[in-house]
Design a protein around this ligand. Structure first.
Ligand SMILES: Cc1cc2nc3c(=O)[nH]c(=O)nc-3n(C[C@H](O)[C@H](O)[C@H](O)COP(=O)(O)OP(=O)(O)OC[C@H]3O[C@@H](n4cnc5c(N)ncnc54)[C@H](O)[C@@H]3O)c2cc1C
Length: 274
């Protein structure tokens, strides 16, 4: 295996232009598992961990730009965690401290599993993914980035360099259900964001991509009295109806539908009580 270790973004984009068949590596917490199990046998790897630009965080009043190599450990707390509370909550649920020290947003987006914990947050916050090649950078809304289970719209000569996460002016939160309380891939997850009088709900692990509950969001928007009794129950059931879960080795579709009902209702109630 040939491993390239570029020190700048320019060097990395030149390398991927020359070797579009190379595998990109950031923390290695997904890629190296695949290699160890012989699911992937890369002949060329471009390691992005030493590129300073990919570790940068810029916190502005209305949005935050997070470099693709920033690890979860940095999103969990501090100024970044306080700026984006739902992302901080999602980051705290990822794997173990060792995984959170290495695993990155770029890697979660690169793998693009419907169970990726950062992804419902990027969906509910209307985030933009930065894709950079030797020809420049294009910004893709998360809704157009994830196109299927473990499939995204990144071209082979592009690198995910950062994510712009708009800041919202209301409460936001993330929660997941797994087969145990820690070190677990979710069987169902949800992110709820309040922004002005708008409600946004995104679901993970219950469809081929992250699901935005637009019918539930529109129903909520049409309500004359948003605090009336029964709204939270209705939010839970409507979100659950918008999920498209399957039975698999982690859970059943029925349980996932039930879990979404409870998660969406609870997150909504937490937000309303703030
Ligand atoms: C024990 C364990 C527990 C885990 N628990 C969780 C969990 O709870 N929640 C969760 O969501 N995930 C979990 N994961 C999966 C993994 O940690 C995350 O998906 C993480 O975000 C991957 O980031 P990484 O930097 O390690 O990616 P890598 O392994 O380096 O890369 C992952 C994929 O993305 C591509 N890639 C990497 N960087 C870029 C880039 N900049 N541009 C384009 N493509 C890129 C790679 O080519 C590869 O295909 C777990 C993994 C392990 C081993």
């Amino acid at each position: 295996m040939t491993v390239f270790i570029p020190r700048s973004l320019q060097e990395a984009t030149d390398l991927i232009a020359e070797h579009p068949d190379a595998h990109l590596l950031t923390g290695g917490t997904d890629l190296m598992v695949e290699v160890n199990f012989n699911h992937r046998r890369p002949e060329k790897v471009i390691s992005l961990g030493k590129i300073e630009e990919l570790h940068q965080v810029t916190i502005n009043d209305d949005h935050v730009i997070i470099g693709a190599a920033v690890p979860y450990a940095q999103m969990e707390k501090g100024e970044l965690g306080e700026s984006l509370p739902a992302l901080a909550e999602a980051a705290r649920t990822v794997g173990s401290p060792q995984i959170r020290a290495a695993g990155s947003l770029g890697g979660n987006l690169g793998t693009c599993s419907p169970a990726g914990d950062s992804l419902p947050v990027l969906s509910a916050t209307n985030s933009l993914v930065h894709l950079t090649s030797a020809g420049g950078t294009r910004m893709v809304p998360f809704s157009e980035f994830m196109i299927g289970p473990k499939r995204n719209s990144r071209q082979p000569h592009e690198i995910i360099t950062a994510v712009t996460v708009p800041r919202t002016c209301g409460w936001q939160g993330y929660a997941k259900v797994g087969t145990r309380n820690a070190m677990v891939i979710s069987v169902a997850s949800a992110c709820v964001v309040f922004h002005d009088d708008e409600l946004r709900i995104a679901l993970g692990s219950v469809g081929p991509t992250i699901i935005r509950c637009t019918d539930t969001e529109n129903w909520y928007q049409s309500l004359a009295s948003k605090k009336s009794t029964g709204v939270s129950l209705e939010i839970g059931s409507r979100a659950s109806q918008e999920s498209r879960p399957i039975d698999d080795h982690r859970s059943t579709a029925d349980y996932r539908r039930h879990a979404i009902k409870v998660l969406a209702q609870r997150l909504f109630e937490r937000g309303m009580s703030k």
